[in-house]
Design a protein around this ligand. Structure first.
Ligand SMILES: C[S@@+](CC[C@H](N)C(=O)[O-])C[C@H]1O[C@@H](n2cnc3c(N)ncnc32)[C@H](O)[C@@H]1O
Length: 787
């Protein structure tokens, strides 16, 4: 069916991409524009606050008109996070507790009460205070730099919720269907990396696929996630509602042996068919060629939504809100959730979330998805996060069928009966916009959904539902090759099927439904139709690398380079292994490169085993893989008189560190670190002994230095620190990025002693332009542009 613009469904005008980075800090807001009669009429009709709770309604409306507090989460591995959290709790909170501004006390940051282990904070001060109060200015610099290096995630409080209900463990296979810009993916990755230490990144056996249909936002996601490099992360760029099956080698028992005996009375045609089938069976006795669908333990569907829960920080929503936005997104939201339901393991869990308060985008989607997938149920999570104040999901709601908030049609049938035949054809309202019968919603336990309202705990509005796939006795694992065999499809031929799209994939234009066409009812997903994307498949017998290297037709303009795993004995890879003296456990066979030739030219990435399996059994262009694993080595020009060679990257070092033989690492003290941070190319000969002799004895190239915990002047290092350096013929360079250097300096010395900060200072004095990130005026970068 062609994708048409639809009446009655709206494209949100306030999708919020690139929302202001400065809106984290409260400033006086003109409240005169904060009014929208349609919004009020619609939500009153939904009874999101019970009709007789007049005072609560007033509190709700009032909260929507107040700015949001600034909230952030201490990110990174558990141990790193706790160290940084102590700095906030023990150093900054006491410092800020005495802060006053213009004669008034300014409250210090406080922990978000429901966030586990006290790792999330909120504070509420104006930009003026941040700029002028010396205490808050210092705190702000700390936040800016720690955010830049990925230790702090500036994220709306409610946006932190969905991953908390996923209970991800390091062995889980996890999918984030709509992941960009990636703040929830970062949380999920942290759970996969639960056992990381402040210095070492583990290689979890599990996997996170972070997917988003927006190509640019996928790259933003890759950029954000590079700060906390993980060999277990894959980023894909697909429409989640038609996410293709990912193939992995079959683990189930081999198919039965083919019959080689002819049958009495067999016709020539039957004989040919049987021989063909036997040939196919022969192929499938080889376990190498049998694949099955990769199923997930956890899936997050943080779907695109109208976003009216973010109204406190997106003032445009007051002006632009209308019911058509939610109506228009409902179909896509439902298809994404239904697709996820076909990709989950038994007993697996899906978390569905939106930053909208609209039941059409929330309970209506969940109800329709549950009705079409009876093997799923809503999980009662009411006892989880006891300090979180929430309201139960709604059992009934009233879709609006026009701009004027006409919610008078109690059922889909009554709405359709009211339309002329011509208007029926134009209407885009679906049966699933309406609530099912009361008995059904009760059976579905829609009250187990969670609604978060702004007035309850001074947050944004949000919706979360946790769905679980029940254990059934049916065979759940789809053996694709087996399925094709049964269907008589030659297994060595690609099965290319066009995904069926009943409703426009992108929300259609913002036109109200005045009339109708015979609308398809709930756009259910036909799994078979969605098994393959439009892109041409590699044949089962095609070596994956051959596919990856080709620019095969049907790649839909996908321009990424292929993924090629290096041979373990690749000379460049071996030179990296030798230079850093990596032990035999280093997974040399899991290192890949990204260029058409498949050679180690510039950067080397490390992935875990499951990513390698996926890359080797799937066409990277069909999966539109944007990134795999984490960059660990990169080419470095040697400098005068030196050959270029490869070095370990700052973000790659924690991943490689567990494999570096300890005797290779040189010990340093914090004084040396201060020199490395504050001096351009310090000479090896100028360092104090014993480091001077140790470094002079080393070959030029990539090295790693260790700083032991301890005190130095007024600086304290609480845990071991490992950093990459580069030795040229006579001098040293600390190989971490400028912002990481500033963050480290602030953490250790309480001031930015870096060359970069000094230069910025000099430029400032000279009146030149200074990048915001090196000044105290910088806003805290907000990873979660859309919650
Ligand atoms: C609410 S935002 C996700 C925020 C993200 N989970 C986070 O925490 O940073 C919704 C995302 O869905 C993406 N999106 C929209 N339509 C999509 C589709 N059909 N498939 C996958 N992603 C889609 C948008 O590009 C947007 O990045």
């Amino acid at each position: 069916m062609p994708r048409t613009k639809k009446k009655g469904v709206g494209k949100p005008k306030h999708k919020g991409k690139g929302r202001g980075q400065d809106d984290d800090i409260r400033d006086p807001i003109d409240k005169s524009d904060m009014h929208n009669a349609r919004f009020e009429a619609y939500y009153k009709a939904q009874r999101i606050i019970p009709e007789d709770h007049v005072e609560e309604w007033a509190l709700f409306m009032d909260a929507l008109k107040r700015g949001l507090p600034t909230t952030f989460r201490v990110a990174g591995s558990r141990m790193t996070a706790h160290t940084l959290n102590s700095t906030i709790g023990d150093t900054y909170v006491p410092l800020l507790s005495d802060a006053t501004f213009e004669g008034e006390r300014v409250p210090p940051p406080a922990r978000i009460p429901w966030y586990p282990e006290g790792l999330a904070w909120q504070f509420n001060v104006s930009k003026k205070v941040l700029r002028k109060s010396p205490e808050f200015k210092k705190f702000h610099s700390f936040l800016v730099f720690e955010t830049e290096v990925g230790n702090i995630s500036r994220q709306e409080a409610v946006s932190m919720l969905p991953p908390l209900f996923m209970d991800v463990e390091p062995h889980h296979v996890v999918m984030d269907m709509c992941a960009a810009p990636g703040s929830k993916s970062a949380q999920l990755l942290e759970s996969l990396h639960l056992t990381d230490t402040p210095t070492c990144t583990t290689t979890p056996p599990g996997l996170l696929i972070a997917n988003d249909s927006d190509h640019k936002r996928c790259h933003l996601l890759v950029h954000q996630s590079a700060r906390v490099g993980s060999p277990s992360l894959m980023v894909t760029n697909l429409d989640a509602s038609i996410f293709p099956i990912i193939r992995v080698p079959a683990t189930s028992a081999s198919p039965s042996m083919p019959s080689t005996l002819g049958l009495n009375g067999e016709t020539q045609k039957q004989k040919r068919a049987r021989r063909k089938k036997d040939k196919v069976d022969q192929t499938f006795r080889d376990p190498q060629t049998r694949t099955e669908q990769l199923l997930f333990d956890r899936i997050l569907c943080d779907v695109p939504c109208s976003g009216d829960g973010t109204i406190r920080k997106n003032l445009g929503i007051w002006k632009g809100w209308n019911a058509g936005d939610g109506n228009g997104l409902h179909g896509l939201q439902l298809r994404i959730l239904q697709r996820a339901m076909k990709m989950l393991k038994e007993e697996g869990r899906i978390v569905y979330s939106t930053c909208s308060m609209n039941p059409v985008e929330n309970e209506a989607v969940v109800a329709a998805a549950l009705k079409s997938n009876p093997e799923y149920e809503l999980v009662d999570v009411s006892s989880r996060l006891p300090a979180l104040i929430r309201r139960p999901g709604l059992h009934t709601w009233k879709p609006s069928v026009d701009k004027a908030i006409d919610t008078s049609f109690v059922t889909y049938e009554s709405f359709m009966d009211n339309l002329s035949d011509e208007k029926k054809g134009e209407s885009k309202m679906l049966e699933s916009h309406w609530p099912p019968a009361k008995k059904v919603t009760e059976e579905l336990h829609l009250e187990r959904c969670m609604r978060i309202y702004p007035h309850l705990q001074d947050t944004g509005g949000f919706f979360v539902a946790v769905l679980q796939r029940k254990v059934t006795n049916e065979v759940e694992v789809v053996d694709l090759t087996e399925r094709k065999r049964e269907a008589g499809t030659p297994v060595d031929e690609p099965e290319v099927k066009k995904p069926r799209l009943d409703v426009a994939t992108e929300p259609a234009e913002n036109v109200e439904p005045e009339s109708s066409v015979a609308t398809p009812s709930t756009p259910l997903i036909d799994e078979d139709v969605l098994m393959e994307s439009k892109t041409e498949e590699p044949t089962m017998s095609t070596p994956p690398q051959a596919v990856a290297k080709g620019k095969g037709k049907g790649d839909s303009g996908f321009k990424e380079n292929p993924y090629t795993y290096l041979a373990s004995d690749d000379p460049i890879l071996q030179s990296c292994i030798t230079r850093l003296n990596l032990n035999a456990d280093f997974p040399a066979s899991n290192v890949l490169v990204r260029n058409p030739e498949g050679d180690a030219v510039r950067s080397l990435y490390l992935t875990n085993g499951i990513i390698k399996t996926i890359v080797e059994h799937n066409d990277y262009a069909r999966l539109r893989i944007i990134n795999c694993g984490t960059k660990v080595f990169t080419k470095q020009d040697g400098g005068r008189g030196m050959d270029a060679s490869f070095r370990v990257l700052g973000e790659g070092l924690p991943v490689v560190l567990p494999y570096i033989r300890p005797e290779t690492i040189m010990d340093c003290d914090i004084g040396i670190l201060k020199t490395l941070l504050s001096v351009y190319y310090p000479l090896c000969g100028a360092f104090p002994e014993p480091f001077k002799t140790a470094i002079e004895a080393q070959e030029p190239g990539s090295h790693v230095v260790r700083f032991s915990p301890g005190e130095w002047d007024s600086a304290t290092l609480t845990h071991e620190l490992f950093l990459p350096i580069w030795k040229s013929n006579v001098s040293l360079t600390l190989m971490i990025d400028k912002k990481a250097k500033s963050a480290l300096s602030l953490r250790l010395f309480g001031e930015d002693v870096t060359v970069g900060a000094r230069e910025a200072d000099m430029q400032k004095k000279a009146g030149a332009h200074i990048p915001a990130t090196v000044t105290n005026d910088a806003a805290i970068p907000e990873a979660d542009i859309e919650v």
